[in-house]
Design a protein around this ligand. Structure first.
Ligand code: NAD
Length: 481
């Protein structure tokens, strides 16, 4: 167990643990200020961390489920004790505000997921009992798991990857996004305080380091959350070590608003489905298909919510929407909106940068008058711009939802749940929500289809994905007469 148990009172205590004198500069998206320097780990560091994790794993696996679950609960306690410093560090590094479904919410989700993962039971399964043989399947640890994550929900996604891996008796090496390393390194340092040395390690660096980690011969499983492009590279790399993969990749979630939906009643939930984390969410609503009979009312209701929703700096207690995290994503969002304007799209609200606030602030932007095939509809914007497309026949809306090579989430909005269910059944996505969008639950398996990846996280299925099935077969006991 780590000896580093110094008190965490502010985010600066966490920063002191993880920043280095010479390293990659990490700037705050909201202000541009230097937050700190992140380590630039080398392949030498990679070998050291992998060796420590590999050596520690058998002992960790040997503890058994009950003891490992107890450790996860203690980690949850530790995160709760440091919740405010973690949330402030996350807000400063990622850019998301403290309030709303943002930094404090994300830290709360970390401890909630740890507790749920600790409580989930993976029972042994009698797969054959036919009078002559009994075969019992259990799940054994895989060994070493690599956890590679993105910058949008860096803490929560790290816990989604790490908690079930630890619960199942694996050791884990985390490689956070190079855009948000400090908050993840801080989280890992807190978690490691409750774990035997080496069981949980972290490496800070870019995609080359990530590529070296996932291809390492000791890695038996990769938990990857990020872009579809990087996911494809990881599939190729896994050929070398035959690592198993859970791939949570990009999406372009469609929402279908049926003609019987009540525009004012759904507006808040549609809005947050699209703009949670200022639109930088994998399973955010990214294109909205609205029946022509209520199109204008839905657009007006959403515009009203947008105008009433405060956007501002991350540490401002009033803000619930924040900056775009980085200039690359900012350019994607603003470029797609400019293109939409040139194609004749109508900007209902937003549509140009909020330069007075800072270089990365972009307002909630609603664009109508677009069609399938337009880049803002077809490409993942991953930011605060939503195309709203009018349709006349629900068959066309279903075909539109299904026409892209991604399928993470989708939603159907209607006053008639049975009708919504019929439509939901025909939409190609890992999750389809009715009258909401994007909510996740620790017991509901979550994952994508097509270019959004494969494998699921959460619940019993999520635990199975971090173990390897093992079947023991014995003769059936003779029947006594
Ligand atoms: P990204 O793919 O650029 O980077 C993600 C992580 O992968 C980073 O840590 C990066 O360093 C690493 N990486 C990049 N190339 C790699 C390689 N070849 N081998 C190993 N590691 C590599 O993604 P991003 O820009 O950080 O995140 C945004 C994307 O992630 C969006 O497309 C979004 O939809 C997706 N996402 C998906 C989910 C989900 O659950 N499906 C959740 C969050 C984000």
């Amino acid at each position: 167990m780590s000896t580093q148990t110094d008190t965490v009172t502010t985010e600066n205590d966490l920063l002191a643990r993880v920043t280095v004198a010479e390293g990659t500069e990490i700037h705050e998206p909201a202000t541009g200020d230097l937050l700190g320097r992140a380590p630039e780990h080398t392949t030498h560091d990679l070998e050291r961390v992998v060796a420590a994790a590999t050596a520690a794993q058998p002992g960790w696996a040997g503890l058994g489920h009950a003891e490992r679950s107890a450790v996860l609960l203690r980690i949850a306690d530790r995160i709760e004790a440091a919740a405010e410093p973690l949330a402030r560090l996350l807000a400063r590094e990622q850019g998301k505000p403290l309030n709303g479904p943002n930094a404090r919410f994300e830290v709360g989700a970390c401890s909630a997921w740890l507790r749920a993962t600790a409580a989930t039971v993976l029972e042994e399964e009698v797969v054959v009992d036919d009078g002559s043989q009994v075969s019992v399947m259990t799940y054994r640890p895989l060994g070493l798991v690599a956890a590679v994550g993105p910058w949008n929900w860096p803490l929560m996604i790290t816990v989604w990857q790490v908690a079930p891996a630890l619960r199942m008796g694996n050791a884990v090496v985390v490689k956070p996004s190079e855009k948000t390393p400090l908050s993840v390194l801080a989280l890992v340092s807190l978690m490691a305080e409750e774990l035997p040395d080496g069981v949980l390690g972290a490496l800070s660096g870019g995609r080359e380091l990530g590529a070296s980690l996932v291809a390492h011969p000791a890695v038996r499983k990769v938990m990857f959350t990020g872009s579809t492009a990087a996911g494809r590279k990881i599939v190729e790399a896994s050929g070398a070590n035959l690592a198993r993969l859970t791939l949570e990749l990009g999406g372009n979630d469609a929402g279908i608003v049926l003609p019987d939906a009540d525009p004012r009643a759904i507006a808040q939930d549609v809005f947050w489905g699209a703009f949670i984390n200022t639109g930088q969410t994998c399973a955010a609503l990214k294109r909205l298909y609205v029946h022509e009979s209520i199109h204008d009312e839905v657009v007006a209701a959403l515009a009203d919510v947008a105008k009433a929703t405060p956007l501002g700096r991350s540490l401002d207690e009033e803000s619930v929407l924040g900056p775009v995290q980085n200039s690359m994503q900012f350019d994607v969002v603003s470029g797609l909106v400019e293109d939409a304007k040139q194609r004749g799209g109508t900007v209902v609200t937003g549509g140009s940068p909020l330069s007075d606030l800072g270089p990365l602030f972009y307002p909630v932007t609603l664009v109508t008058g677009l069609h399938d095939g337009d880049p803002l509809v077809d490409q993942e914007q991953f930011g605060p711009a939503l195309p709203i497309v009018s349709y006349s026949d629900v068959e066309d809306a279903i075909a539109s939802a299904n026409r892209l090579d991604v399928g993470l989430g989708a939603s159907v909005w209607s006053s008639d749940t049975a009708r919504a269910q019929e439509v939901a059944d025909r939409v190609e996505a890992g999750t389809v929500w009715i009258n909401s969008h994007g909510g996740v639950h620790p017991m509901a398996p979550f994952g994508g289809v097509k270019g959004s990846g494969y494998g699921v996280e959460f619940g019993v299925e999520g635990l199975k994905a971090l173990g390897v099935p093992k079947v023991v077969t014995r003769p059936a006991a003779p029947v006594r007469s």
